[in-house]
Every structure is written in C-alpha cells, then in structure tokens.
Design a binder for this molecule. Structure first.
Ligand SMILES: [Zn+2]
Length: 127
C-alpha cells in the first residue's frame, strides 16, 4: 500500500513538529498522511513527502492563492467587484479558462461548447 500525502497549508499557530518533536519552530506545515492530520517542520515535511522545501513552499503559496480567490469570489456580489476579482486572478497567474471553468456561470450552450461568464467576462469553452 502506498502512503498518500497531501499538503494542506502552513500555520504559525503550531510550533512543534509532530515528526521529530522539535519545538519553537516559526511554524509548521499541515499535512494529511493517509487521511490523518499532522504538523511537520519544513525539514521533516520535505523528508517525509520527498519533495524539496522550495516545492512545498510553492505548493502552499498555490493553496493560499486559491483560498484567497475562493473567498474573493464569494464576496464579490456586484459586477464591478466580480471584474476586479477576475482581473486579479489573471494577474496572479490563473488562466482565463481555468477561472471561468471554476467560478463562471454557464450562460449558453452551443453543441460542444459552453459559454461561461463571470462578471462581464465570458468565453466559449469546449468540453
Ligand atoms: Zn521534525
């Protein structure tokens, strides 16, 4: 059986490593190992998942960006704000298609393509 790892995020609220017991860490990475939650310092996290600590940092950045965009999408009720969220997401490296597929509303269907809309932005995307 292979062990499954999933990085959930970084927290400065837990300062002790569940792996080696080291304390007074600046923060720990929250990791799911086979569905159980653990808090590991960066060295133990990187050794356990066998991913470089730079890659873990990158992954956490991605997760946090996604979280903040999810939040902004939920809060953006008006077209003006929706457009602002859309533009910001694009600026942060999310593609127009990715964004529209995830947050857009289907406003039209044409054969193999669906028109996704978010704010005043829309695009026909094929399935
Ligand atoms: Zn440790």
């Amino acid at each position: 059986m292979t062990t499954e790892f999933k990085i959930i995020g970084f927290t400065d609220k837990v300062n002790e490593c569940d792996c080696c017991g080291k304390t007074e860490l600046k923060g720990t990475y929250c990791i799911y190992i086979d569905g159980n939650e653990f808090y590991y310092g960066s060295t133990c996290a990187s050794n356990t998942i066998k991913v470089s600590s730079d890659d873990i940092k990158k992954e956490v950045k991605k997760i946090e960006l996604e979280k903040s965009i999810n939040e902004m999408v939920l809060n953006a009720k008006f077209e003006y704000q929706q457009n602002k969220v859309f533009k910001l997401a694009i600026k942060k490296g999310i593609t127009k298609v990715e964004f529209l597929l995830k947050y857009g509303e289907i406003v039209d269907v044409m054969n193999t393509e669906k028109c996704y809309q978010y704010g005043s932005f829309n695009s026909y995307i094929s399935n």
